[in-house]
Design a protein around this ligand. Structure first.
Ligand code: UD1
Length: 430
């Protein structure tokens, strides 16, 4: 199994280019099958979750032409089958977007119940509630969610909880339903806006994305478009925290600074200098970090997907910090791993109490999920000695060329696939 091996202690310096947003791309790819014309999508991140979704779309008959690693052409006119199930699609949570897309276009869909990162129970009841409110019959059988409607009707939907997935999924189905749908208490994340912009570029009529009320007037047909996905705010934030933790100076390029405000605010609080440009953010850290408090919240609050990376920074900040996780109940699984690297963290319910230590010490750790895995890599880069990160499969679901980008910034990191390669790296860096 492949691993990352890291020799810590080198501040990161230089520039890094951020790719397209994985979570926007997953929904946009699914939505692309809603027209029979060819859709071109650019700035696609070349990561595992994206490739799994494209394969699943191909399996049901969509024509996928991968122009290059970051550009794809999709034609949904050849779709024969509205049943999506294979062992890979069950592993990605965003497979649920095919429900909204297929239900909107064909008025029926059957999609394997989603998996995804194990960060707590992740129901999809709100998605299903939305589809039912539009008149669909929704059942769960044999591990599949089956939805069908004679007429998919626009309606008024109040989401009991702010959910990115439910907002986008309902928005997709409603884009091709009859009449007007209003989604209240909608998620406001940048990728919700990106998906709405994408659908509108195909001829949908969606207003209010980015606020908590989204209004959609269904249309009968959608048409071709060419669309470029927004930059990935979580990838960007990960590099910003890596700069902070290692006491580095990194220009994070191809970002929308507005999307990074919550991250930027916390980095300022811990003592970093931040310079903002039109499409870049520079993070300068002298390695002396201060304590702070953070609570994860829906956008524009601090993103839950950045919580582990933030905790790693606070683990080596002076004083006692707290991190409160308010979105998912099981998102502190990396704490045991970080403790093995010398962190002093106590978890009480959904709060991590972090007593900053002077430094981490290298150890062999497991990536428990995508973002926590990236956070452990950051810890390894900041640590004294060698860190080995196992289960990097998770990290590759969402980060393209993670180790290459970090190495270009001066991080001593390599992806190895054998004990021999591992020992070679250790010899080289010691
Ligand atoms: C998306 C992101 C994920 C991110 C999360 C929150 C994708 C593929 N994943 O996940 O990386 O961490 O947003 O920003 O885009 N909930 C329900 N019922 C539902 C749906 C959600 O109770 O039907 C709850 C969840 O358990 C969670 C909260 O609502 O507590 C928010 O979840 P949601 O925003 O839906 O997350 P995802 O869309 O799954």
């Amino acid at each position: 199994m492949d691993q990352y091996v890291i020799k810590g202690g080198n501040p990161l310096y230089g520039e890094v280019e951020i790719g397209g947003a994985k979570n926007a791309a997953l929904a946009i790819l699914a939505a692309a099958i809603m027209t029979d014309e060819t859709v071109t999508i650019e700035n696609l991140p070349n990561v595992r979750d994206i490739n799994v979704l494209l394969q699943a779309m191909e399996q049901i008959g969509a024509k996928i032409e991968r122009v290059n690693a970051h550009k794809v052409k999709i034609n949904g006119s050849f779709i024969q089958d509205v049943s999506v199930d294979n062992e890979f699609i069950r592993k990605i949570r965003a497979s649920y977007y095919l429900l909204g897309a297929l239900l909107g276009k064909y008025k029926k869909a059957a999609v394997a119940l989603p998996g995804g990162c194990d960060i707590g129970s992740r129901p999809i009841d709100l998605h299903l509630k939305g589809f039912r409110a539009m008149g669909a019959q929704v059942d769960i059988a044999h591990g599949l969610v089956e939805a069908s409607a004679d007429h998919l009707m626009g309606t008024h939907i109040y989401l009991d909880k702010v959910s990115v997935g439910a907002t986008i999924n309902i928005m997709m189905a409603a884009a091709m339903a009859e009449g007007k749908t209003v989604i209240e208490n909608a998620a406001k994340e940048p990728h919700v806006v990106d998906v709405a912009n994408f659908l509108n570029s195909m001829g949908a009529n969606i207003r209010g994305a980015g606020t908590d009320v989204i209004r959609i007037v269904g249309v009968e047909k959608l048409h071709k478009t060419e669309y470029s996905i927004i930059p990935d705010q979580i990838e960007a934030g990960t590099f910003m925290f890596a700069a902070a933790a290692t006491g580095g100076d990194v220009m994070v390029k191809n970002v929308i600074p507005k999307h990074l405000e919550a991250t930027t605010a916390k980095l300022l609080e811990v003592g970093c200098i931040i310079e903002e440009f039109d499409d870049a953010v520079r993070v300068i850290s002298n390695g002396r970090l201060q304590r702070t408090q953070v609570t994860t919240l829906p956008y524009p609050g601090f993103p839950t997907d950045m919580q582990p990376q933030m905790a790693v920074v606070l683990g080596i900040a002076e004083g006692t910090s707290t991190v409160t996780e308010s979105i998912f109940e099981n998102r502190f699984k990396y704490v045991d791993e970080l403790t093995r690297m010398g962190a002093d963290i106590k978890v009480e319910g959904n709060i991590a109490i972090i007593n900053g230590v002077k430094k981490y010490t290298g150890a062999r750790v497991n990536a428990p999920d995508l973002r926590a895995g990236a956070a452990l890599v950051i810890a390894g880069l900041a640590a004294e000695g060698v860190t080995i990160v196992d289960d990097i499969y998770y990290i590759e679901r969402g980060y393209e060329g993670f180790e290459t980008k970090l190495a270009e910034l001066g991080g001593k990191i390599e992806r190895v696939s054998s004990e021999r390669e591992l020992q070679k790296f250790i010899m080289k860096v010691s």
